[in-house]
Design a protein around this ligand. Structure first.
Ligand code: ARG
Length: 459
C-alpha cells in the first residue's frame, strides 16, 4: 500500500516522523474497520470540539464556520450512507479528518487541536454506549410489558411449577411469564445504571495527560449533553470498565432470554404440549415432514454463549494493560457491537415468538396437592416435619399401589394422620390450592394481576 504524504489527510495522521510509508503487512493487520459505525458519533464529538475551540479562541470565526460546514457535510454523508471510505483510512477518526481536508482544505488541520485519538475514541464509545443503553432499556421494558399483557390474559390458567424439572406446585400460568417479566425489568434497570457511568465525557484528556492549550473539557461535555467530565485524564483514556459492564449487562439480559427460550423449547415439545408457535415464526425440517422447530428460541439460547464470551473478551482485554491507552483497546468495539447487536435482534425475535404463541398447558399432575395437605396439618398445630412425614408416607403407599393423590379416599386421608378430616381431600384440587394461596408474590391469579398492575405502574 502506498500512501502519499503530499495529499494531506491521505497519509497516516502520524506520517511526519516516518521516512517510509507503512508496509502492507502493518497496514492490513492494524487498520480498523469495525469502528465505521461510530462515524456519526465521531463527527458529533468533533462538532462539539471545534465549537469549544472557537469559544476559547483556538480557531477564528472563519475557520470555525469552515470546520462546521465540512463536518455537517460529513454527517449528512454518514446519514445518507454515502460516506466513501478509502484504503488509506487507518480508522474512523482518520477517515473523518481525510474527508474534511477534501472538503475544506487547510482549515481541516485545526480539527485535531488539543485532541488525541485516545480521548476521541473513548468519547465515541461513551456516546455509543449511552445511546445503546437507552435503546436497549426501552426495548426490554417493552418486552416486559408484552409479557405482562400475556400474563394478564392467562392469569386464570392453572399449571404446575417445576423444581429440578419435577412437578412442584400449582400456579397461574401468568406467574411463569411474570417471572421472566421481572428478570427483564432488572435487565432494563441495569442499562439505566450503566448509562450513568457512560455519561461522563473523556474529551479533553488528550493522549494521556491533557494539554497545554486553554481547552474547556466541561464545555465540550455540555455541548454533548454529558452529565459530568473525567476527573483523571489517564483513567479517561485508558479505562474500559464501562464497555465491559455493557457487555455484562447485555450478556445477563441474553441469559435471561436464553432461559425463557429453553422453557419455550421444552414447552413446545410433544411431551410438554404447553405451547404452539405460529407458522411464520418456526422452521421445518428438510427430512422430517412433521417437524415444526422453534429455531428462534434455539438461536437466542445459542447466541447467548458468544455474548457471554464478549464479557470475557473485555475483561481479559484490560487485565494486563499498563496505563494508559494501548492499541489492544481497539478490540473493545467489536465485542461491544457484537453483544449489542445480538441482544437487539434477540429481543425482537423472541418478543414476536412469545407475543403470537398459543399457550395451552395441561392441568398439573396428580401429586401437586401434597404440600397443601401437609400445610393443613401445620395449621392445626402439627410441626411441619411431622406433617411432611405423614403426607410423604401416604404418597409412598399410593405410589406403590400405582395410584395417586387424585384418587385417595377420605378414609385413607384420615388414616394418614389423625388431624386430617374428610373434607381435606379438596386441598388436592390445584384450583383450590392456588385460590387459597395468600403469600405475596405467590402464584395465585390475584397475585399475577397484582404483579401486572405493579409492573405497568413502573413503566
Ligand atoms: N483506532 C483506535 C482505537 O480504536 C483509535 C485510537 C488510536 N490511538 C492511537 N494512538 N493509535 O482504539
Amino acid at each position: 500500500m502506498r500512501v502519499s504524504s503530499e495529499r494531506p489527510g491521505s497519509a497516516p495522521l502520524w506520517s511526519g516522523r516516518f521516512s517510509s510509508d507503512p508496509s502492507a503487512i502493518l497496514w492490513n493487520y492494524t487498520v480498523e474497520h469495525a469502528d465505521r459505525r461510530l462515524l456519526a458519533d465521531d463527527v458529533e464529538g468533533s462538532m462539539a470540539h471545534v465549537t469549544m475551540l472557537g469559544e476559547v479562541g483556538l480557531v477564528d470565526d472563519g475557520e470555525l464556520a469552515e470546520l462546521k460546514d465540512g463536518l455537517e457535510t460529513i454527517l449528512a454523508e454518514s446519514i445518507a450512507g454515502d460516506f466513501s471510505w478509502e484504503d488509506t483510512d487507518e480508522d474512523v477518526h482518520s477517515a473523518v479528518e481525510r474527508r474534511l481536508y477534501e472538503l475544506i482544505g487547510e482549515a481541516a488541520g485545526k480539527l485535531h487541536t488539543g485532541r488525541s485519538r485516545n480521548d476521541q475514541v473513548a468519547l465515541d464509545l461513551c456516546l455509543y454506549l449511552r445511546r445503546s443503553a437507552t435503546k436497549r432499556a426501552g426495548e426490554l421494558r417493552a418486552l416486559a410489558a408484552m409479557l405482562a399483557d400475556r400474563a394478564d390474559d392467562l392469569a386464570d390458567l392453572v399449571v404446575v411449577t417445576y423444581t429440578h424439572l419435577q412437578q412442584a406446585q400449582p400456579v397461574s400460568f401468568g406467574h411463569h411469564l411474570m417471572a421472566y417479566a421481572w428478570m427483564v425489568m432488572r435487565d432494563a434497570a441495569r442499562f439505566d445504571d450503566l448509562h450513568r457511568r457512560a455519561n461522563v465525557s473523556p474529551l479533553g484528556a488528550g493522549a494521556s495527560a491533557g494539554s497545554s492549550l486553554p481547552l474547556r473539557p466541561e464545555a465540550t461535555a455540555e455541548h454533548l449533553g454529558f452529565e459530568a467530565v473525567f476527573d483523571n485524564s489517564m483513567d479517561a483514556v485508558g479505562s474500559r470498565d464501562v464497555a465491559a459492564e455493557f457487555a455484562f449487562v447485555s450478556a445477563q439480559a441474553m441469559i435471561h432470554l436464553s432461559r425463557l427460550s429453553e422453557d419455550l423449547i421444552l414447552w413446545s415439545s410433544t411431551e410438554f404440549g404447553w405451547v404452539t408457535f405460529s407458522d411464520e415464526l418456526t422452521t421445518g425440517s428438510s427430512a422430517l415432514p412433521q417437524k415444526k422447530n422453534p429455531d428462534i428460541a434455539e438461536l437466542v439460547r445459542g447466541r447467548s454463549a458468544a455474548v457471554a464470551g464478549d464479557v470475557a473478551t473485555l475483561l481479559a482485554l484490560q487485565k494486563g494493560l499498563p496505563l494508559t491507552y494501548n492499541r489492544d483497546l481497539q478490540e473493545d468495539k467489536r465485542a461491544v457491537f457484537h453483544a449489542d447487536d445480538v441482544l437487539e435482534g434477540s429481543i425482537v425475535a423472541l418478543g414476536a415468538l412469545v407475543a403470537t404463541a398459543d399457550f395451552h398447558p395441561p392441568p398439573p399432575g396428580p401429586w401437586i396437592g401434597a404440600l397443601d395437605l401437609a400445610e393443613i396439618l401445620v395449621e392445626r398445630g402439627i410441626p411441619f416435619r411431622r406433617a411432611h412425614e405423614a403426607v410423604g408416607a401416604l404418597v409412598a403407599r399410593l405410589d406403590a399401589a400405582d395410584r395417586t393423590l387424585a384418587d385417595v379416599t377420605s378414609d385413607e386421608l384420615v388414616a394418614a394422620h389423625p388431624q386430617f378430616v374428610a373434607d381435606d381431600i379438596d386441598a388436592v384440587d390445584p384450583r383450590q390450592s392456588i385460590a387459597g394461596r395468600q403469600t405475596p408474590g405467590g402464584g395465585s391469579p390475584d397475585s399475577v394481576r397484582a404483579q401486572v398492575g405493579k409492573l405497568r405502574e413502573m413503566l
